[in-house]
Design a protein. Structure first.
Length: 258
């Protein structure tokens, strides 16, 4: 009896020795050791890599537009305030035009356009001149507004599309994971983990590109609206300047008639 038990024990031990190692041990060895963002990027599929590079470029464009437009808005707004304050004093249109002859900022363009219309009207300041000046000022304001808003459309596009681009990378990475499961006939973590990690990284990059783009776009829209308000103030000051010159001219004519 004891010999039979000993024989079975020897056979069982031999069978366990000859059996292959468990699948999880092999899978553990096959697990990728570098799951850092850079490592996941290097191990990603070409499509997922393309998505990640595109999102990184979109993020770079977002911050570049923010820096350039912030500097431009601050500089042009300060100059617009300075020029508008100069129009509030006792100054004539010809004098204001002479001061801004070589300038190219928005308020200088408004002043030059107003002076040009007064010159074309032969110095006759009446209701017709005021209407023509108002039309010219509206056109200049619209042109300057389009110029200052140039580039912000890219932020709106990035903010609207980046999450979906990241989602595309996510879907592609998960598809690769399922393909790996199908080809290896196993649900091992070594097969599933890389594709899932790449997919989540694509999603994260999509959010990293989209969220700042939306926030910066809204910030710049508010800044552009303030800049347009400054241009409207400058146009109003020019209309007041033309109106005052007309009133003074009529007053001098009335005194001369007496």
């Amino acid at each position: 009896m004891q010999s039979n038990f000993g024989l079975r024990h020897v056979i069982l031990a031999t069978a366990l020795t000859l059996m292959p190692a468990p699948a999880f041990a092999i899978d553990e060895a096959l697990l990728p050791r570098n799951l850092s963002p850079w490592g996941m990027f290097l191990g990603a599929d070409i499509v997922v890599k393309t998505v990640m590079v595109g999102l990184a470029i979109a993020s770079l464009v977002t911050w570049t537009v923010w820096l350039a437009k912030s500097i431009e808005l601050r500089r042009k707004s300060a100059l617009a305030v300075q020029r508008t304050r100069a129009l509030e004093g006792r100054i004539k249109l010809a004098e204001a035009a002479e001061r801004t002859r070589d300038a190219h900022d928005a308020v200088a363009q408004l002043i030059q356009s107003c002076a040009k219309e007064a010159e074309l009207s032969g110095g006759i300041i009446d209701d017709g001149l005021q209407e023509r000046v108002a039309l010219r000022l509206e056109r200049v304001e619209a042109a300057m507004s389009r110029q200052i808003a140039r580039g912000t459309g890219a932020l709106a596009t990035i903010g609207a599309t980046a999450p979906f681009v990241g989602l595309f990378g996510t879907v592609w990475g998960i598809m690769n994971s399922f393909i790996g499961i199908s080809e290896s006939h196993t649900t091992s973590l070594a097969v599933v983990a890389p594709g899932i990690a790449e997919a989540l990284l694509a999603t994260a990059l999509g959010l990293v590109a989209a969220i700042p783009a939306v926030v910066i776009y809204n910030h710049l829209v508010r800044g552009i609206a303030n800049y347009r308000a400054l241009l409207s103030d400058a146009s109003a000051q020019l209309m007041l300047l033309v109106s005052r010159q007309r009133d003074h001219r009529e007053f001098r004519l009335a005194r001369a008639a007496e």
